[in-house]
Each structure stands twice: as C-alpha cells, then as structure tokens.
Design a binder for this molecule. Sequence first.
Ligand code: GLY
Length: 385
Amino acid sequence: MRAYDAVVVGGGAIGMASARALAGEGLSVAVIDRGRLGGEASSAAAGMLGAQLEAHAPDAFYALCRESRAMYSNFAAALLEETGIDVEWVENGILQLARSEGVAAALRERMRWQRAAGDEAVWLDPAEVRALEPATADDVLGALYLPRDGNVHAPRLSAALRACVAGLCDVYEGEEVVAVERAGAGWRVRGARDVYAADRVVLAAGAWASPFLRALGIPLEVRPVKGQMLALRPPRGAALRRTVYDAGTYLVPKRDGTVVVGATEEPDAGYDKRNTVDGLAALAAKALGAVPGLRGGEWVRAWSGLRPRLTGEAADPVIGPWPGAEGIILAVGHFRNGVLLAPITGRIVASAALGREPEDLWLPFWPPARFAARGGDVRANTPER
Ligand code: GLY
C-alpha cells in the first residue's frame, strides 16, 4: 500500500489544480484518474474565462469567478515557467450581442450591476459592434462588451497541468477508484490495481463524483450535462478577435485563427458523448446567425464534454472540507466553469487540507459554512425525487 498526505480522486483541471496547490504546500500527493489526466471536460472546454458572462447576479458566485479570473495571468505564467507549455491566456474580451429589445434591456441591466460591482462593462451601439467585429450580424441592436473576460486554450491548459502534476505528484492514470474508506484516523482509497493510504482525500471526480459522495453518505449528487462543440476556420478576412456570445451560443477565437463554437446543454444525455447531427446543425446555425461572416468557413472538428452539475436548487460548486468526515475535501459541481475556477479551487482545497480558516469570499461554497447556514440542512442540494 502506498501512503500520501493527500490523494486526489479525479484528474481534471480541478483535481490537477488542487494537486498542484497541495504539492506547493509541501504535501505528498497522488492523483488518481480512471482515464488520462485532463481527458474529459477540462480539455473539451472552450476555455472561456467568462466571470462576467457566466454570472447572473451580483452574488457570491460572481465574486468567486472574478477572484479566479484575476488569478489567471499569474497562473498561466507559472505554468509556462514550470512546464514550458503556453496555455494561451488572453484577455480578449467578450461581446454579448443584443438582437432583440428584450435582450438589450437585460444586458443593460447586467451592465449596471457589474459596473456597480467595479467591473468593466461597456455598451456598444451597432456601428461600434461592427467596427470591432465586422463579421457579426446586421440585425445587432448593440452589445455589452466585457473587456476583462478572456480565454485559455483548454487542451493546452490540461497538458500544462498534467506536466506540472507529473513533476510534483505521483500520478495513476487508468486506475479506477472503487472505494474510499475510513482507515484509523485517515483514509484508504481502493483502486482496481492498488490501494492508497492518505490523511486527506480530495474528491474532484467531475461528472463521475456521485458514487463516491453516495458511498460516504454525503447527500450531494452530481449529474453530467453534455455539451457539443465544434471548431471552424473562418474564411479569409472574417477572423474574430473577441469572443462573441449570442443567446447561449459562444464563438471563441483561438491563437491559431480557429474559432471554437459551443455548446449544447443536454442534461438527459447521461454519459453518452457522441456528437449528433441535429445538435451540431443547431449549433452551427446559431453561430452563423450571430456571425454570418463565418459562412464558407472550413469545418475543423467536433467533440463533446460532460459538465458536472450539482442537482438541487443551489447548483454552485461545493469546495472545502466535508463536516463529519474529517479529511474528506470536496471540489465538486463546477458545471460550466471548471476552467475558470481551477486556480481559486486549488487555493481553497490547499487551505482546507492545512486546516486554515476560509476567506469570507469562499464561505458560500465551503461546506461547513454553506450547510450550517441552513442548520445543517442540505436538502437544497439533495437530488430531486
Ligand atoms: N463554459 C461554457 C459551457 O460550459 O458551455
């Protein structure tokens, strides 16, 4: 049996950022993944750092997303130094298009509360939109421009984190964890091939977290929400520089000139990651409706990923120690924002592992505070039914 200060179950961006942060605190760490590190949602993502895009109110989730976005410049620079891999972090901005009066009003309201929170958010009239991104649709009534939201190249981020973790930790790929059990004051993680002892276990298994939660009596459930994506190469003269978002569809320009288009949201697809003709046709139609200048572009490829979404009313991620199971640390339910929230999640997990006090900003996600606020009632996050 191998023994560690911490075992991380799940090697996506969240698990790897956690492992990196734990190793950075001097802990001996193992990362165990059923497949290859970064092989699932983390490398399937479009890599948007959409702290303002993905927030729907000036709430704790928005604050957490902003905090993590602010860490990205240093995070990307550190990964480059540690691994030689450039994750292509760029603060290229996001344009949220308004193509109806109703959407324009909602975006102006979003601009108001984001500015009040101290963020940059600018209203552009149609001519300004066209001047910034000439390939966008003629029926655009204006756009909310979020210059601080950016993106990274998600497969490169996964590769960099994997290289970094491989240098700092023991990595077990292709190892299926079959049980996480109490063993004295610590924990025993049983894999199909080997057994690992640890003082702390970080559960970061993305869309595959539910069996571990259930077995530990933790009343949270994570379900997969499939997202289909495609990449295209714009026709000559129609390159995008900023990310364009329209009615749930986003077009994210990458350094090599391709544009990543996402994504469907399919909560009933389970673990089926196949691309479907209707899913991709609808996605392509929405993308070309928002940015008609991309017509005639070259189809590059299509793929899909499984976002890990907590069930219940409060679907925000849960990050921190689980009360009543000392040594179990959760990093689950990052849903649409695993890439964005990876740096802050690593920091929170490391604090939890070292028994440090959480920062105020983290309390809404930190299990002892989050569930104590409901008198220990976790029903808001328990499965419906
Ligand atoms: N982060 C965008 C998405 O999950 O589709």
